[in-house]
Design a binder for this molecule. Structure first.
Ligand code: HEM
Length: 209
């Protein structure tokens, strides 16, 4: 946490520029991946339901595949920049760690009772840390299972780790579902604590002097 000098005196830097830019590119890429993915799923459903056409992207299977592959590059390149920055600058070590099951449980229970404080926006609580780490892990699993579905012959080793082509499809779908649910809760938390939103845009918050 840095208190800024000069014109920005009284403000605290909360989110580095790289984190903000990659976060918003990621949000757009995930939205395109998930909605085009639903259209691709509808062409050959794994389960006994399909997604309503109105909430899918691409119009038809071919269009949805083009959206999915275009957004895949955006997600992959952006994800590599975010991960490299997060590890290299120790952003992950400082903001997402340490974390333990007891702290997560306490914070989740407090959140459910509406008693989870988030006064200091420069520090993530344990529930946030767990959610963000889960989103990063699910993103990696989605990319790995997606590669196994895309190139099941060339990437046989990866595909067989996931139970083959069909297994990779189930893992890809399950990871998407978990990611979508966590993102839903993530957005709800932003609605409950709206002052976190401008901070994720400008990177700063006024210091409570
Ligand atoms: C409209 C959609 C979204 C909104 C409004 C939003 C908003 C925010 C805000 C306000 C924060 C900072 C929270 C705080 O300071 O307490 C944040 C952090 C974060 N969000 Fe989102 N988010 C959205 C979508 C997503 C998506 C789709 C993902 C990933 C799949 C995601 C992953 C993250 C992660 C990992 C962080 C922590 C970033 C870091 O410090 O490294 N968000 N988001």
């Amino acid at each position: 946490m840095h208190v800024l000098e000069g014109a920005s005196r009284g403000c605290v830097d909360v989110h580095p520029l790289t984190v903000r830019v990659t976060h918003w590119i990621n949000a757009v890429a995930i939205l395109m991946m998930v909605t085009s993915g639903w259209r691709i799923y509808d062409a050959s459903p794994l389960f006994d339901f399909v997604f309503p056409r109105e909430i899918t992207l691409g119009g038809w299977l071919g269009g949805a595949l083009q959206w999915h592959f275009a957004a895949m590059w955006l997600l992959a390149v952006n994800g590599i920049v975010y991960l490299a920055f997060g590890i290299g600058s120790r952003h992950f070590a400082r903001k997402l760690l340490p974390i333990g099951p007891r702290a997560i449980l306490n914070d989740v229970l407090a959140a459910l009772r509406g008693r989870l404080a988030h006064d200091d926006l420069s520090v993530y609580n344990a529930a946030q840390r767990a959610a963000y780490l889960a989103l990063i892990a699910l993103g990696a699993l989605l990319v790995a299972s997606g590669l196994a579905i895309w190139k099941p012959v060339q990437l046989q080793g990866l595909a067989s780790l996931m139970g083959g082509y069909e297994g990779a499809r189930v893992i890809h779908f399950a990871a998407m579902t978990m990611l979508a649910l966590i993102v839903l809760v993530h957005i709800l938390m932003v609605v409950f604590v709206p002052r976190t939103l401008p901070t994720m845009i400008t990177g700063r918050v006024r210091h409570p002097s």
